[in-house]
Design a binder for this molecule. Structure first.
Ligand SMILES: Nc1nc2c(ncn2[C@@H]2O[C@H](COP(=O)(O)OP(=O)(O)OP(=O)(O)O)[C@@H](O)[C@H]2O)c(=O)[nH]1
Length: 434
């Protein structure tokens, strides 16, 4: 199988329909990414289009001002604080004060693109998923093995198992269903750890199956608008970059909007992804009005006849009413371009934040009508079970999961694979070894 066919396979699975019929050929790498002589990437949009920028700035300002006058979509005071994720810096500076300050000397951490010539034999996605989820599955596996020692399944063991499953962030309801099913099958009989694991995998798959939904952009929108939201550090920018790479590999025209104007490094990070993928990047200076960036992103996307616009946002939303307003304002500004947009509002959740991720779903659903989820960093945590609890409670589509920083580390979500990986059960069929 060629690399291209593999990409298409991924695309088909992620986007649910295989390669679109009217995909335009991928432009040459230098076409959308405009670089200066120094090699410094120049953003499209305001920086890259001086002649067109003033008009769109006026429109953006007018749209932003109009949007400002409107009511926010959700009461901010009702939103509880979610602790900072492990990877993100704390918010202690008002963004309005930022432009004056020296740009923060943050390193631009950009995930590596898939290595061109991998030396090692390529692992299947399931193998990598299992390896990624090994912290989650081994924590659970140890508890299960510790509890099941050639004993008959009795009430005490069921209670201990339930506690272990809750500890693993799977959620109370799922934990109860698993132990009820175990009791139904094996009560007062000898039970092995393998039997427990297999019931665990089956029950987790039952929860996850209904939420397994590939991303299905409707390219007739021209552009299909995808808004990426989530707390800072959850992996929004990286996920946008990875998605852009997938769309570009499928011949789509992509425009990315650097709507995270809070952090200079996030803007730079997106520009680098733009260079790598050949996607156009619309960016403004750090501290600029994010809704202005969103406006221009759609402006540029329409002008370029882009298939999809991926709009990044800042994630410093906890207890910061004006930043929460910023998100609702971005949505309103986007709707001035297309009242049906944004067509996808994807919440990126960092698995390492465990139960806080549940809280984040509640907050972002209130504020901006989340349509689907991507969970990242499942590779670095023992708390992967949280995706099960979130799915059980919120029933939001899970589009994809991330198990690393590279392009190849984002995959379409598959309930069965995830369930078996987290339960530490072997692959079910040869199909998944592909
Ligand atoms: N291990 C691992 N790291 C990831 C994954 N996804 C993203 N990251 C890393 O997480 C860090 C934060 O990712 P960003 O994409 O910058 O997060 P963000 O939500 O855009 O953050 P802000 O710009 O601060 O709002 C980066 O170092 C990414 O490379 C993943 O699936 N696994």
């Amino acid at each position: 199988m060629s690399a291209e066919e593999k990409k298409r396979g991924w695309f088909g699975r992620l986007f649910g329909g295989g390669r679109p019929e009217e995909a335009e050929p991928a432009p040459e790498a230098e076409e959308p990414a405009e670089e200066s002589a120094t090699g410094e990437p120049e953003a499209s949009g305001e920086e890259a289009r001086p002649a067109e920028a003033p008009a769109s700035r006026d429109e953006a300002a007018a749209a932003a001002a109009e949007a400002e006058a409107e009511e926010p979509l959700a009461p901010i005071d009702a939103i509880p604080s979610a602790p900072e994720p492990e990877t993100g810096p704390a918010l202690d500076v008002e963004p309005e004060a930022e432009p004056e300050a020296e740009p923060q000397p943050e390193p631009v951490a950009v995930a590596p693109v898939a290595p061109e010539a991998p030396a090692e034999p390529k692992q299947s996605w399931f193998q990598r998923l299992r390896a990624g989820l090994s912290r989650s599955s081994s924590a659970l596996g140890q508890s299960i093995t510790g509890l099941v020692r050639k004993r008959k399944l009795d009430d005490e063991m069921l209670q201990d198992l339930e506690d272990a499953l809750i500890q693993a962030d799977l959620g109370v309801d799922t934990a109860m269903r698993i132990t009820e099913e175990l009791a139904r099958r094996r009560y007062d009989k000898q039970v092995t750890a393998d039997e427990v694991r297999s019931v665990l995998a089956e029950e987790v798959e039952k929860v996850l199956k209904p939420v397994t939904k590939p991303l299905q952009p409707d390219f007739s929108h021209k552009p299909h608008v995808l808004l990426m939201v989530g707390v800072n550090g959850s992996g929004k920018t990286t996920t946008i970059g990875k998605l852009a790479a997938k769309f570009r590999a499928d011949g789509r025209k992509v425009v990315m909007g650097a709507g995270d104007t809070f952090r200079a490094a996030a803007i730079e990070q997106l520009k680098v992804w733009g260079e790598r993928t050949g996607a156009t990047v619309v960016a403004k200076a750090q501290g600029s009005d994010a809704s202005g960036v969103a406006w221009e992103t759609l402006d540029v996307a329409k002008r370029e006849g882009a298939d999809i616009a991926l709009v990044d946002t800042a994630g410093r939303l906890q207890n910061k009413a004006h930043l929460m307003d910023e998100l609702t304002k971005i949505v309103r500004v986007i709707r001035k371009h297309d009242e049906t947009a944004p067509h996808d509002v994807i919440l990126v959740l960092d698995a390492t934040t465990g139960q806080n991720a549940m809280q984040q779903v509640e907050i972002f659903r209130q504020v901006c009508g989340v349509t689907g989820l991507v969970m990242t960093k499942l590779d670095g945590t023992a708390r992967g079970g949280i995706l099960v609890a979130i799915s059980d409670k919120h029933e939001l589509p899970v589009h994809a999961i991330g198990i690393g920083e590279g392009v190849e580390d984002l995959e379409a979500f598959d309930a069965g694979q995830f369930a078996r990986a987290i339960a530490g059960v072997a692959e079910a069929s040869t199909e998944e070894r592909a």
